[in-house]
Structures are given as C-alpha cells and as structure tokens.
Design a binder for this molecule. Structure first.
Ligand code: HEC
Length: 166
C-alpha cells in the first residue's frame, strides 16, 4: 500500500476545526476549506502521476493542475499557484515564488511550518492567503526532477487565495 502511505503523508491534519480555537471563526472555517481543497488537489496529483504519467514526455500532473487552477480562477471560485521551493525549477518564469506572501511562505515552509496564512483586505472583502508544502511523495517525481533525489522536506508549495467565508 505504498500509494496510501504517500497520500496520508501528504495531507494536512484534516480534522475540521483544527485551525485554532482563538482564530476569527470566519478565518478558521476558510482555513478548513483550503485544507479540503489542498487534499483534493494533492490527491489528484498523486493519482495522475501514479496512473497516467509514464515517462518524462508525459503530460505532468503539474501541467494538468495548472489548467485546473486556471478554470477555477476563471469561474471566480479561488486562485491557486504551484510554486517551487528549490533553486532549480522546471518552469522558473511561472513557478518562482513572487511577492512578499510567497517569499515569506517559502521561508516558513522550509523552516518546518505545516502551512502559512495571511488575511488581506481588498476593498470591502477579506481574502485568506494560504500556502502548504509539497513534498517528494513518490519515486516517480525524480524521473523528471533529478534535483529532488533524497530531499525530505518540502520542494514546492501550493499557494491559495480564497475569499473568507464571512
Ligand atoms: C512527467 C514529468 C514530471 C513528473 C513525473 C513530475 N513533474 Fe513536477 N513538473 C514537471 C513539469 C513539466 C513542470 C512545469 C509545469 C509548468 O509550470 O507548466 C513541473 C513543475 C513542478 C513544480 C513547480 C516548480 C518547478 O519546478 O517549475 C513542482 C513543485 C513539482 N513539479 C513537483 C513535482 C512532484 C512532487 C512530483 C511527484 C508527485 C512531480 N513534480 C512529478 C514535470 C514532472
């Protein structure tokens, strides 16, 4: 059951309400929603890589995810970005951390935090920015990313921007 193990290692603690008793309840429930989205996207990446990616010229789960993120953004649900946390990126132009939130998230995730959040007001709406780490969950990742070999911490992140559920 290698797949099952790698999946559970990938997911954040998924218990509803674990976002912290002292938080603003609206922010806490939005964090829980992002945990659900994060589990969904990461599970999809692992399953696509396991079942459909055969060799380095296959369409990667990263490429498929980015198409999915673009659709969700177009429909006004949320924004998500795949970013790289190593020095050697496949697509540095698009996947390098940019801006203060992503750069700070990189530092926090690399120093061991499970996730990093910020609430930002834009006009009269609040948005939750949340980044979660992406570890090397399976041997197949190294087929296309030789620099991931032997890495144990996060090598990438998913960075979300989601309207706070007020
Ligand atoms: C078939 C080859 C392939 C496999 C296997 C693969 N990737 Fe990728 N990965 C890519 C490509 C291509 C991109 C760039 C996609 C883009 O930005 O359009 C990418 C991008 C990434 C990025 C963003 C940073 C960067 O380098 O641009 C991360 C993080 C990442 N992959 C993690 C993983 C993980 C974790 C796995 C294993 C579950 C994995 N990849 C498996 C091809 C692959």
């Amino acid at each position: 059951m290698r797949l099952k193990c790698s999946l559970s290692a990938l997911l954040l603690a998924a218990v509803a309400g674990t976002a912290g008793a002292n938080e603003d309840p609206a922010v806490a429930r939005t964090i829980d929603q992002v945990k659900m989205l994060d589990a969904l996207y990461k599970t999809a990446v692992v399953l696509i890589t396991e079942h459909y990616v055969e060799n380095p010229s296959s369409i990667s789960a990263a490429t498929a995810s980015k198409l999915l993120f673009a659709e969700m953004k177009k429909n006004g649900f949320h924004e998500a970005r795949l970013i790289g946390l190593t020095d050697q990126l496949t697509n540095p132009e698009e996947n390098r951390p940019t801006g203060n939130f992503e750069e700070t998230a990189k530092e926090k995730l690399l120093s061991g935090d499970e996730y990093y959040t910020r609430v930002i007001k834009e006009g009269d709406k609040r948005y939750l920015y949340m980044a979660t780490g992406v570890p090397v969950v399976m041997e197949k990742c190294v087929m296309c990313h030789a620099n991931f070999k032997g890495k144990t911490g996060p090598i990438g992140a998913l960075a979300y921007k989601v309207p706070v559920i007020e």
